[in-house]
Design a protein around this ligand. Structure first.
Ligand SMILES: C[S@@+](CC[C@H](N)C(=O)[O-])C[C@H]1O[C@@H](n2cnc3c(N)ncnc32)[C@H](O)[C@@H]1O
Length: 302
């Protein structure tokens, strides 16, 4: 059970800005005093004082529920994680030999479409019928399956590459899913992963969602991991690391033209506009995504 309050969130951002500024020696006296003054202003702001928090229970909503709602808007511009992730993943995909690729948890087919452009035969798998419906609309001639990452509908040694992007945050254990990827990959096959960076856990709170079955705000469980967790799951399966990258949130990522919500009624990333300088200091240039390129041991198919 977590109590989520708009004021608590903003004080946390101020605290993160102060700690990071001290650690990185970027916080001069004026910056520290500005943060302290802003904390007083936030504490005194009637809109925030009256913005009650909510108590939410993790696990009262599933990824399927979330993506059912998100599917029609998932591809809308403005997703900072995708903006940071996509160029790095594409650079890795550009380097791979053409073949058969599984886009695992393909969603609306963002990378599936790019893989097709590169000339691969692509199979898309996802657990959400609504996300798959968007993918099928976008790519009517691609083979898509509704299935879970833990039980892929493919025989052993079926593909040359597995791509799985921004989805592992939903699975509680990496090892069984990576074992499934290893099973369907041919020897020498490539595995390209992207996932929300562990720092996201600390710098960007999980937001409460619409009421769960008990009528109260719900929280989707998310699993943010240290880089060692990917290695611990991948290396025993015979994967070797080809590349690892942690692209960062750009500087000035907060759109300064947006005014603060005059009456914040719930926790939202838009709340950052209440304290733009602290938000920039806490969040800008912080790692947002972990991206991996692994290759399975063994001779690749000729
Ligand atoms: C953030 S979206 C990413 C979609 C796409 N890979 C992309 O990068 O744009 C996460 C996707 O993972 C899917 N997903 C989550 N858990 C899954 C599971 N256990 N099995 C299959 N798909 C899953 C969701 O349905 C959703 O479409």
């Amino acid at each position: 059970m977590t109590y989520l309050s708009p004021l608590g969130y903003l004080l946390g951002i101020e605290g993160a800005a102060l700690l990071r500024g001290i650690r990185e020696a970027s916080a001069d006296q004026a910056f520290v005093e500005a943060r302290i003054a802003e904390i007083r202003t936030l504490l005194d702001a009637p809109a925030l004082a009256h913005a009650e928090g909510v108590t939410a229970t993790p696990g009262t909503i599933t990824a399927a529920d979330v993506y059912q709602e998100w599917a029609p808007h998932y591809d809308a511009p403005g997703n900072d994680m995708i903006d940071v992730e996509q160029p790095v993943v594409r650079r890795i995909l550009d380097s791979l030999p053409t073949g058969t690729v599984l886009d695992a948890a393909c969603g609306t087919g963002r990378h599936t479409a790019y893989l097709r452009e590169l000339g691969h035969d692509v199979i898309g798998v996802d657990a959400s019928p609504e996300m798959l419906a968007q993918a099928r609309k976008r790519l009517p001639d691609v083979e898509f399956h509704e299935a879970d990452l833990h039980q892929l509908p493919l025989p052993d040694n079926a593909v040359d590459t597995v791509v799985c992007t921004l989805a592992l945050t939903h699975v509680p254990e990496l090892a069984p899913v990576l074992a499934e990827f290893a099973r369907v990959l041919r020897p020498g096959g490539h595995l390209v992963l992207s996932d929300a960076h562990q720092l996201v856990s600390y710098l960007r709170p999980t937001l409460p969602r619409r009421p769960g079955p008990d009528g109260r705000p719900s929280l989707l469980p998310e699993y943010h991991r240290p880089l060692s967790a990917y290695l611990a799951a991948a290396l025993p399966l015979g994967f070797q690391v080809r590349h690892c990258e942690e692209p960062r949130r750009p500087r000035h990522s907060l759109d300064s033209d947006t005014a603060p919500d005059p009456l914040p009624t719930h926790m939202s990333w838009d709340l950052l506009h209440w304290c733009p300088e602290a938000s920039a200091a806490a969040l800008d240039d912080s790692p947002l995504v972990a991206i991996w390129h692994f290759q399975l041991e063994g001779a690749p198919r000729v």
